[in-house]
Design a protein around this ligand. Structure first.
Ligand SMILES: *Cc1c(COP(=O)(O)O)cnc(C)c1O
Length: 365
């Protein structure tokens, strides 16, 4: 927490605005809008998953449609496709950004069209805060006229060619879950340049209530709006977003220094200066030679009470999606096999950092 969160929550209590709307919600939306720039509109919601679900609805995804989704991601990117009764089509990553591979994306679209169905949308993710190859993806999106849903849940504060992640897709989503770069305890947002998208998202997120003195509904609605209390936390968090990005990037520099002398490990970093990652999580690839391994390192750190985790298990390898089509090779599979997320929090102190350093150096000695 930055310090001002409680005063915004107290404002809500003083004014008795505890509802899923109110001044904090409006102010929080304004501050995200100002931060992202680029003329976007923002709808604050109860989660990033809710934002993805509404994005699919706004793009007309319904039963038996197909939606392309980056395979290497957290399940929340793909689950809302199933909520809509649609089918996910998973696409592999490319090695530079670990995000959806433009070449395999194109192959997937061509093949799905040949099989009789043009995908309704593409869900692309900036994983671990690393921007995806936006120029190449936007070109494909335009060529086939398929909109991109930008899953920027992990990438608030990242940029691609100086443009903010969260403004690169047709519809973008953010998450303010407890583990993200800033948090509202739980929350998310839908971002779009089209005011009608915001209007429609807020309408659907508040039970799709028609204009009438009584309760009337011509559409199925959802209870997805952010509460005025959560938004109070969000207002305070927006004031420390840049600090959090700097702290996460500092952790990444720490790991780059630490591993510069260890040949068997590559630290995940920006491919070139077009990319600026918030380095939400710092990740490494362990080359399994010399008897060292990803799993060996993870288990060793665990004995020192230092938590690390394998990278996301790709969606096409998940039992729950075993029937979904997949286009690609083994890029995501190898990331899962050899990759590890290291402690990356904005609140790590000098003592913890030196413990991590000692543990890692010991393992590789
Ligand atoms: C966290 C996350 C989400 C979902 O956000 P919630 O607010 O937790 O629902 C979606 N996609 C990715 C890539 C995420 O990391």
């Amino acid at each position: 927490m930055g310090g001002n969160e409680l005063s915004y929550i107290n404002e809500a209590f003083d004014a008795n605005w505890i509802a899923p709307l109110g001044p904090n919600v409006n102010n929080f939306e304004e501050s995200i809008k100002t931060y992202l720039g680029n003329g976007v509109e923002v709808a604050a919601l109860s989660s990033g998953t809710a934002a993805l679900h509404l994005a699919l609805i706004l793009l007309g995804v319904s039963k038996d449609d197909e939606v392309i989704c980056q395979s290497f991601t957290f399940a929340a990117s793909a689950n809302p496709i199933i909520y809509q009764g649609a089918t996910p089509v998973f696409v592999d990553s490319e090695p530079d950004t670990w995000n959806i591979c433009p070449k395999h994306l194109k192959l997937a679209i061509e093949d799905r069209i040949k099989k009789g169905k043009k995908p309704k949308a593409i869900i692309a993710v900036h994983l671990y805060g690393m921007p995806y190859k936006a120029d190449a993806l936007n070109e494909i999106s335009k060529e086939y006229n398929i909109p991109i849903i930008e899953d920027s849940a992990e990438a608030l504060g990242s940029t691609y060619k100086n443009k903010n992640c969260g403004t690169l897709g047709d519809i973008s989503i953010l998450s303010f879950n407890g583990n993200k770069i800033i948090t509202t305890s739980g929350g998310g947002a839908l971002v779009s340049k089209l005011p009608v998208h915001k209007e429609k998202a807020v309408f659907l997120a508040t039970q799709a209530r028609d204009q009438a003195p009584h309760y009337q509904h011509t559409q199925i609605g959802y209870n997805y709006r952010m509460s005025n209390i959560s938004a109070g936390i969000g207002r305070g968090q927006m004031e420390v977003l840049d600090d959090h990005v700097n702290l996460r990037r500092r952790m990444n520099s720490f790991y780059k220094d630490l591993f510069s002398s260890i040949d068997d490990v590559t630290v995940f970093e920006e491919p070139n200066s077009d990319y600026y990652s918030n380095h939400w999580l710092s990740a490494i690839i362990v080359n399994e030679t010399n008897g060292k391994s990803r799993e060996g390192l993870r288990v060793y750190l665990e004995t020192l009470n230092i938590e690390s985790r394998p990278l996301w298990k790709p969606m096409h390898m998940q039992p729950v999606f075993s029937n979904a089509p997949f286009y690609g090779t083994n890029v995501a599979e190898n990331l899962f096999k050899y990759g590890l997320c290291l402690p990356s929090g904005s609140n790590l102190g000098e003592h913890e950092i030196s413990r991590i350093k000692e543990g890692i150096l010991n393992y590789f000695q």
